[in-house]
Design a binder for this molecule. Structure first.
Ligand SMILES: Nc1nc2c(ncn2[C@@H]2O[C@H](COP(=O)(O)OP(=O)(O)OP(=O)(O)O)[C@@H](O)[C@H]2O)c(=O)[nH]1
Ligand SMILES: [Mg+2]
Ligand SMILES: [Zn+2]
Length: 364
């Protein structure tokens, strides 16, 4: 019998409880993957924590990258050597998953964070601020099944942080925006209110935006290494190299991640539709159904750009991202793509519904 009480500390909930009872593996206990290193996974649960290996059966079954355990996954493990090591038997179905293109030439997806409830999409208000990049993160987030929260860090290093926040609000379309400084602690009270115990959060963003500094402040200790950004362009130095899941003093779970080099959108068709919902709504008002928003009369999009209610850059950003999607689609095996999509689809829909309801009821 698994020690569920101890698992709640690691984010166990009724969703996984139901799955566990449906197909419980004999003699196995649930565990959460909290770190990963070359063929080993650090797992935590009712038995404290230890390093685990993949069972022979899992090795055989996991032919695609995305089927291997990822940080944040709940797995069924067999405990060995008096809780000194474990064997991972299977990966429980994921509630949400952040994917990216596998490194290298292979066109395959790789899971970078699993079972995240809310993604903290971090950007910094120093030299490297870029709302267009935020759109990519948002698309990826909507596609993952996690909710987004936009975090603007380094408020102390910016002459007009409120103007920047207003700029991001236009991209956020209702997702909460937090203005903070991990250096001074400004804005952390608000941020911490959102970090509900038992919920899983991931810090995502480019290198140098201060993800690990935020993590350290939330952990109330210097657990993660931090390094100064480059002088010229405020870019980071890729200080954090592994993904790791921590329990915060308040009971929420937080994953720090290495800075993303470039967000390669992976199959984010639905995510993109969410991110640019404002543009699609406008397009529905164009006189012609097949309006290209170029020189057609009665174009609602051009009118909005002219009136200053829609940023031209945002419009271009949408086009660029859609083109990228089209490119990927042509490269990926269509059958694998459909299968992967169906697995995540219903989860996505439910999450968005919850999110919308919350949004309209005025809560963050
Ligand atoms: N002025 C200012 N500097 C900050 C703030 N937060 C972080 N920094 C600095 O930004 C630099 C990068 O911080 P990190 O926490 O290492 O950034 P990171 O996002 O974890 O970077 P990677 O691990 O490379 O992805 C460090 O010099 C931090 O001290 C802040 O709120 N204000
Ligand atoms: Mg870091
Ligand atoms: Zn138009």
């Amino acid at each position: 019998m698994a020690d569920f009480q101890a698992n709640f500390r690691w984010g166990w909930n009724s969703y996984f409880d139901a799955i566990w009872h449906d197909g419980a593996v004999d003699g196995a206990v649930p565990a959460r993957v909290i770190a990963q290193q070359r063929g080993f996974w650090r797992v935590a649960g009712g038995f404290a924590e230890c390093w685990a290996e993949a069972s022979g059966k899992l090795r055989l079954a996991a032919d695609a990258d995305a089927e291997w355990p990822a940080v944040g996954d709940w797995v069924a493990v067999e405990i060995r050597d008096g809780e000194k090591s474990a064997l991972i038997l299977e990966v429980l179905p994921r509630r949400s998953r952040f994917v990216r293109k596998s490194p290298g030439k292979k066109v395959e997806e790789q899971v970078i964070a699993a079972n995240v409830d809310t993604a903290l999409l971090v950007s910094a208000l120093d030299g490297d601020f870029n709302p267009r990049r935020m759109e990519r993160y948002l698309a990826q987030c909507w596609e993952s099944g996690a909710k987004p929260a936009l975090v603007l860090n380094k408020a102390d290093a910016c002459a007009d942080p409120l103007a920047r926040a207003a700029e991001i609000e236009r991209v956020a379309l209702g997702a909460p925006v937090y203005l903070i400084s991990a250096r001074t602690g400004e804005g952390f009270e608000e941020l911490e209110k959102m970090l509900t115990p038992g919920q899983t959060f991931v810090l995502l963003g480019s290198s140098g935006v201060g993800k690990s500094t935020v993590a350290n402040r939330l952990l109330e200790e210097s657990r993660q290494e931090v390094q100064a950004v480059r002088e010229g362009d405020s870019r980071g130095r890729h200080t954090t190299t592994v993904r790791e899941l921590f329990v915060l003093p308040g009971g929420a779970l937080l994953m720090d991640t290495p800075g993303l080099r470039e967000v390669q959108l992976w199959d984010a068709e639905e995510g993109l539709a969410e991110v640019f919902a404002d543009i699609d709504l406008l397009a529905a008002q164009c006189r012609f159904g097949d309006c290209k928003h170029e020189a057609e009369p009665g174009c609602a999009i051009r009118a909005a750009v002219g009136a200053g209610t829609l940023d031209q850059a945002r419009l271009e950003s949408q086009r660029k991202l859609l083109k990228e999607q089209e490119f990927l689609r042509r490269k990926v095996d269509p059958e694998a793509r459909v299968e992967a999509k169906q697995r995540i689809k219903h989860i996505n829909r439910d999450m968005r519904k919850v999110y919308r309801e919350r949004n309209t009821s005025g809560k963050k």
